[in-house]
Design a protein around this ligand. Structure first.
Ligand code: TA6
Length: 297
């Protein structure tokens, strides 16, 4: 029963043909869609802007299958599970239905809070006592606050990410500022650790790198659309940059062949060396704010 959470002329809920439920937000400030599965912001379009998030034309929008694009929420591991036990790539949070706790409208911004708590699936995977809360605020900016609480009597070590896919006109002409001089794990080169130089990061091949101890805001420069996408963050020590390029895309049923040219993942994360360690009862907050502006300033 979602009606109590709807907001006239701002927020309604829809069931999609594939069986997912999504919040459809439409205000003078912005439009967005947020799927209850994975608390997944799939689209965000501030007034006067093109869509800021990339969403694959072949994403399947079916229960249990992560949406390709938008901002998947990754928890409790990043990439393959590394403790020898079975589990889905990038953890379970993005494949499960989250619960709506609250919605609201303030200063023209729509806020929605969703939670994920242990269930049969997570308990099977060994996760009995965690509590995730994601608060998303949709307006001229897009704001995320992800809180993780360890409800267990043992310490909890986990990885997390807001695995954001951004829309760019042409990946060949885009660049990322903010990661200069950081150390990163290059997943395309046997996970070797390398150091980025002083130049902004440009993408000219498959790119899959976890920048460690990277806390600075990142800016995606898109000269073709004369746009900057600014990603500010707090509580995040890692920034992941990913583009699958041609070959990897061929192996992805939920990406059209040429779509890699219009996307770039810049992910607000805590991964690898930056995994989070929570004592029993302790909480951690990760936050990100995404803004857009013109390049000509
Ligand atoms: O964040 C980059 C990455 O870890 C890549 O290695 C690639 O696997 C990507 O995530 C997408 O993963 P997915 O499971 O959504 O296909």
């Amino acid at each position: 029963m979602l009606t109590p959470f709807e907001i006239p002329d701002a927020l309604r809920f829809e069931k999609t043909p594939g069986g997912l439920v999504r919040a459809a937000i439409s205000t003078p400030a912005a439009e967005a869609t947020i799927y209850l599965q994975g608390a997944h912001v799939a689209e965000w379009k501030p007034a006067g802007q093109r869509a800021v998030l990339f969403l694959s034309s072949r994403s399947q929008f079916v229960p249990g299958k992560a949406i390709r694009g938008g901002v998947p929420v990754i928890f409790p591991w990043f990439g393959p599970r590394s403790d020898g036990r079975p589990g889905p790539q990038h953890g379970f949070a993005r494949n499960l239905e989250w619960t709506i706790e609250e919605t609201g409208l303030r200063d023209g911004r729509v806020a929605i809070e969703l939670t994920l708590q242990p269930n049969e699936t997570t308990r099977t995977l060994g996760y009995h006592a965690f509590h995730l809360s994601l608060r998303v605020t949709v307006g001229p900016d897009l704001e995320f606050e992800l809180e993780t609480r360890n409800g267990a009597e043992q310490p909890l070590t986990y990885e997390e990410a807001l695995h954001a896919y951004f829309a760019v006109a042409d990946i060949h002409q885009a660049s990322v500022l903010g990661l200069e001089d950081t150390t990163y794990i290059d997943k395309t080169d046997a996970f070797r650790r390398k150091k980025l130089g002083h130049e902004p990061l440009r993408i000219a091949q498959e790119t899959d790198q976890v920048h460690l101890n990277a806390t600075a805001p990142c800016v995606i420069h898109d000269p073709v659309w004369n746009r900057r996408i600014i990603i500010e963050k707090a509580g995040s020590e890692s920034t992941v940059v990913w583009n699958p390029w041609t070959e990897k895309t061929k192996g992805m049923s939920d990406m059209a062949p040429g779509e890699w040219k219009q996307m770039l993942c810049v992910e607000t994360a805590n991964a690898a060396d930056n995994a989070v360690h929570l004592a029993p009862g302790e909480s951690h907050q990760l936050a990100a704010v995404i803004r857009v502006g013109s390049l000509a300033v």
